[in-house]
Write a protein of this length. Structure first.
Length: 146
């Protein structure tokens, strides 16, 4: 965890934190060392639009799950698992090392409260904000030539 804080302090852009950004970096294969709080309270919910085979993954806190129970039959819940459990079963598929963090130390408490209890060290610099905006520009670019 010290390496994570060092990278943040030096602004190396070889770190990620927060559920959405960490999962995005993990899917890109960029996460070298994945760190999660031992009591991470997120759920990984997979839904399917009724009548299609299209699956969507949602990362939710327990109090957000109710959004999907009253969809009027439009969405079918295909799978629901604790995110930490899913990560334990799948982190190797992304080539990452998994570390559990406790909040019993000052650094661990800061990781949980300040960074959402999930983050990691990256293999290379990655600017997820730039990637998101670049993806939007690419879509506009493609539309101009269609």
């Amino acid at each position: 965890m010290a390496a994570l804080f060092d990278n943040i302090a030096q602004d190396t852009r070889r770190f990620v934190f927060g559920v959405q950004d960490t999962m995005k970096a993990l899917e890109l294969g960029a996460v070298e060392s994945l760190m999660i709080y031992e009591n991470l309270d997120y759920q990984r919910l997979t839904t399917r639009q009724i009548g299609t085979q299209d699956l969507t993954v949602h990362l939710l806190r327990p109090n957000e799950e109710s959004k999907f129970s009253g969809q009027g039959g439009e969405l079918e819940i295909v799978d629901k698992v604790a995110l930490s459990e899913w990560l334990v079963e799948n982190y190797k598929n992304f080539g990452a090392v998994l570390e559990f963090i406790t909040n019993k130390s000052p650094e661990g408490a800061q990781f949980v409260k300040g960074f959402g209890g999930i983050g990691g060290l990256l293999r290379y610099e990655l600017d997820l904000m730039q990637m998101d905006s670049a993806g939007e520009d690419d879509e506009e670019f493609d539309d101009e030539f269609m």
